[in-house]
Design a protein around this ligand. Structure first.
Ligand code: ADP
Ligand code: MG
Length: 450
């Protein structure tokens, strides 16, 4: 079903996009209604997740008539023989930037940047929510190892921490191509460490991170909390670099003091420099981000459209990017112009914002709409004025929440799952030619999604 779906999508996406982001994703297995997918590396995984996953799932749903869940794992492809760690030359890195998250930038006209090419300062939109972190990142790359050392950037997912971290790498490299910049995730750091210990290559490991490094950029440090030996090693790396006046930048999903399992001496060091947060962007920033991304992709979006997307998607920038891509991809596929109504239909259908819709919320909205009591929805009365709203509520619960039929039944006063299934079928069928019902469902859907 995977290759079928990909084949279906192939003609509709441009080839480069397809080859770059979709082709490398492999279907490992199907378990019940979950697809287990393998991505060769983190970038691809994240990129695919945020930009194409929804599209592919929609395609599969269209073909199979049901929706699959997804587990996306990073599994490095087996074919290419692993290069011995000791001889990690510039060229081998240059050839596979995306497949090799550890990056050592070295002198050279075409500097191998395994840093994400798009994660630069000039594509980062500053706003009140990220101002401190962004300014500090820029300052740290103006004068590395001096003012903000270490620089610790924290905040929720999709708010630009990794982007800023890469931005520092790019900027430092641009200013001084001879700087040896090492970027990697804490998880990768741990893996390297474990491998080095196992293979007796600890000297190389030590040289790589403690000596041959002018700037260390570590993403998602929270990962090593509780991993004693890795923390210990990182502590020594930190000290060596810090004493040598090298810049250290670390990101995390929370403040140093709030990481259970993190060694106290490490926590205190992470606090030595500047601790800066990134917060969810406010409306103005979200609009600016949508505009910037659209412009970058060579699209002209009416101001009203940017506004609508920014209003509908509030949680984080990654979701915002995903929403924009969804809108533009759908518009392309259907060959229609993008206007406010179109955006609402694409984004309203499934909430892009991660705050999930709850069964309670559906019940409340439906009860309000039909002026019935919630207890009636949960009760047993079969009067049409009540059974109709009840069925609509069950139908919407199934459509808008992740709840199973039995679960919905439970929450409607302990009804059997077959009752819920029948209600969903009834409402789906009735909507075909009952315009009033269709209007009610759509209006409730819109109300719940906003
Ligand atoms: P985090 O590491 O905090 O989870 P990322 O840095 O991976 O988040 O950001 C998620 C996506 O959002 C990336 O594609 C990034 O380029 C984009 N992004 C985040 N913040 C901004 C911003 N202020 N301006 C432009 N793009 C942003
Ligand atoms: Mg990140």
């Amino acid at each position: 079903i995977w290759s079928e779906a990909l084949q279906g999508l192939e003609p509709r996406l441009d080839k480069q996009t397809f080859d770059m982001w979709l082709r490398p994703i492999r279907l490992a297995s199907i378990e019940d209604d979950r697809l287990r997918l393998h991505a060769p590396n983190r970038f691809l995984k994240e990129w695919f997740e945020t930009h194409y996953l929804a599209l592919v799932l929609d395609e599969i749903e269209g073909r199979q008539g049901r929706r699959f869940g997804v587990e996306l794992e990073i599994v490095e492809p087996a074919e290419p023989a692993k290069a011995p760690a000791a001889s990690s030359t510039e060229t081998s890195i240059a050839q596979s930037p995306a497949a090799q998250p550890t990056v050592t930038l070295r002198r050279g006209p075409e500097a191998p940047t395994g840093l994400h090419p798009r994660y630069r300062f000039d594509s980062f939109i500053k706003g009140a929510s990220n101002e401190l972190a962004a300014s500090a990142a820029m300052a740290a790359s103006d004068a590395p190892g001096t003012r903000f050392n270490p620089l610790f950037i924290y905040g929720g997912v999709g708010l630009g921490k990794t982007h800023l971290l890469h931005g520092i790498g790019h900027e430092l490299h641009r200013k001084d191509p001879s700087l040896r910049i090492v970027y990697l995730s804490a998880e990768h750091f741990m893996n390297e460490f474990v491998t080095a210990v196992r293979n007796n290559q600890f000297d190389e490991f030590r040289a790589r991170y403690r000596k041959d490094c002018d700037c260390l950029l570590i993403d998602d440090i929270q990962f090593i909390a509780g991993r004693d030996r890795t923390m210990d090693e990182f502590f020594h790396v930190f000290n060596a670099l810090y004493e040598a006046g090298k810049q250290i930048v670390v990101t995390s999903d929370r403040v140093p003091a709030d990481m259970p399992g993190m060694e106290a001496r490490l926590t205190s060091r992470l606090n030595w420099g500047l601790v800066a947060d990134v917060q969810p962007p406010d409306l103005e920033t979200r609009i600016a981000i949508v505009q910037a991304k659209a412009e970058r992709d060579g699209m002209e979006l009416p101001a009203e459209v940017c506004l609508t997307i920014a209003e509908l998607v509030r949680s984080n920038v990654r979701e915002l990017e995903g929403a924009l891509l969804r809108v533009t991809a759908f518009a392309q596929l259907r060959g229609v112009a993008i206007d406010k109504a179109f955006v609402e239909s694409v984004l309203g259908k499934r909430r892009v914002d991660k705050t999930p819709i709850t069964i309670e919320a559906v019940q409340k909205a439906v009860a309000g709409y039909y002026s019935v009591r919630i207890s009636d929805l949960k009760g047993k009365r079969r009067h049409r004025g009540i059974s109709r709203p009840r069925m609509v509520a069950m139908y919407l619960c199934r459509q808008l929440t992740d709840s199973s039929f039995p679960e919905i039944g439970m929450r409607f006063g302990g009804k059997d799952h077959s009752t819920v299934i029948n209600a969903c079928k009834r409402i789906a069928a009735l909507q075909e030619d009952d315009e009033e019902l269709r209007g009610a469902v759509e209006s409730l859907r819109g109300q719940l999604a906003s």
